[in-house]
Ligand binder design. Structure first.
Ligand code: UD1
Length: 424
């Protein structure tokens, strides 16, 4: 058996500039949203990711014609089944986002539970409850969840938690429903605004996206359009964190700095100098950094859970101690065990981690347990002494477009190699 690894040689300052990729968390719902259109949709700035290819496979399985070439996805309407095969549901954990647009366009969708998850249990109860409120009948049949409706009707849906995926699913199910849907306690992530802007360009009537209350007035049909995926704020933060960990001066182009305020203010508080000019974020970091007393992850505009592992990696080498509380997911500290192998001093208890900053980390053999955890290990490796061998690259490939090449273009040293697992 063969396995791919990344050999990262740490201890070099990072410098240079890169353009950030399109956002994974926007590209995926946009591809799902294209199912609602009765003509061709062209998406630009789509990142080259395994999750994007998985989404494309699902669209084709459902009878749409989707092709992804370079950074462009073309989606044509089509006819076909309403069942997402179990293997596809497991391949991409966010496959549940096809539920809303399938119900909106075909009034029927059969799914299975998205696979066992790396971030703790990831139930879909809120998705199903919201669909029920729109008039969908749901029954379980031998492990399959069969959702169907004669017609979808607008209603008031108060969300118990501002879930990103549920907010997107409700918007996509409601755009072609009869009447008006008022979604309260909606998630306010910028990717939701991007989805709404795309759908509005297709002819949907949506107000309030990006705010706590979203109002969707059903229309009869949507037409395809050309749209460019927004920049990836977590990927941008990843490169800033790699530079903060290694020290150096970098510029990330093509960003939307206002979407990243909570992230940038933490790096500033830790001692990095941040400059912003239009779509460019500059970071100048002279180590050592200061630890931060207390950070907690929160729905947007709070500090994102997707950035938690990254800031943990940066603060692993800092002066002083600090506490991070993870409030969004139950089990999101798997990267900590790997950082300990690199010499970090971090203690996890339930949903909190206390980071005792150490002067530096050293290279080690570590494994990405999830997407952002893997990126955090690479960021830590950038600043560590010696060589780190990073395994579990399939996680990284789900969310980063050419990770090693981007890292190297900032002056890092990452070599992707295939090794025989027998010699591991
Ligand atoms: C999205 C992002 C993911 C990010 C997360 C939180 C995409 C493709 N993924 O995931 O990168 O980490 O937002 O910002 O955009 N929950 C339930 N029942 C449900 C749905 C969610 O209990 O039916 C819980 C989850 O277990 C979790 C919390 O709600 O604890 C937040 O999840 P949610 O906002 O739905 O995240 P996703 O949309 O899955």
């Amino acid at each position: 058996m063969a396995e791919e690894i990344l050999r990262i040689t740490g201890g070099r300052k990072l410098s240079g500039d890169i353009t950030v990729q399109g956002a994974k968390n926007s590209a995926l719902p946009l591809m799902a949203g294209a199912m609602l259109c009765d003509s061709r949709t062209v998406l630009h700035n789509v990142p080259a990711l395994t999750d994007v290819y998985a989404a494309s496979r699902i669209l084709n399985r459902l009878g749409f014609r989707c092709s992804v070439s370079g950074h462009t996805a073309v989606i044509m309407p089509g006819e076909g089944g309403t069942e997402i095969p179990d293997e596809e549901m497991r391949a991409m954990r966010s496959s549940v986002m096809f539920l809303g647009p399938m119900l909106g366009s075909r009034k029927r969708c059969v799914i299975t539970m998205p696979g066992g998850c790396e971030l703790g249990p990831r139930p879909i109860d809120l998705h199903l409850d919201a669909m029920r409120q729109l008039g969908v009948q749901i029954r379980e049949q031998q492990g399959r969840i069969v959702c169907q409706a004669e017609r979808l009707h607008g209603t008031r849906i108060p969300l118990p938690f501002p879930s990103v995926g549920v907010t997107e699913n409700v918007i996509m199910a409601a755009v072609l429903a009869e009447g008006e849907t008022v979604l309260t306690n909606a998630a306010r992530e910028p990717e939701i605004t991007d989805l709404a802007n795309f759908l509005i360009q297709c002819g949907a009537k949506i107000t309030g996206a990006g705010e706590g209350t979203v109002v969707i007035s059903g229309v009869k049909k949507l037409s395809g359009t050309e749209y460019s995926v927004m920049p990836d704020r977590i990927a941008a933060f990843t490169w800033l964190c790699a530079a903060a960990s290694a020290g150096g001066t970098v510029c990330i182009r093509g960003t939307e700095p206002k979407d990243m305020e909570s992230c940038l203010s933490l790096l500033t508080a830790a001692g990095c100098r941040i400059g912003i000019c239009r779509d460019r974020i500059y970071l100048d970091c002279t180590r050592p950094l200061r630890n931060l007393r207390y950070i907690r992850t929160m729905p947007y505009p709070g500090f994102p859970t997707d950035a938690q592992a990254l800031i943990t990696a940066v603060l692993a080498t800092s002066e002083g101690a600090g506490l991070i509380e993870e409030t969004v997911f139950e089990s999101r500290f798997k990267h900590v065990g790997e950082l300990l192998r690199m010499g970090a001093d971090i203690r996890v208890s339930g949903r909190t981690a206390v980071i005792y900053g150490v002067p530096c980390l050293h290279g080690a053999e570590v494994e990405a347990m999830d997407l952002r955890g893997g990126a955090a290990l690479a960021a830590a490796a950038a600043g560590a002494e010696g060589e780190t061998v990073l395994r579990g690259l399939s996680h990284l490939d789900r969310g980063y477009d050419h990770f090693a090449e981007t890292f190297n273009s900032l002056g890092g040293s990452a070599l992707r190699r295939t090794i025989s697992t027998a010699v591991r």
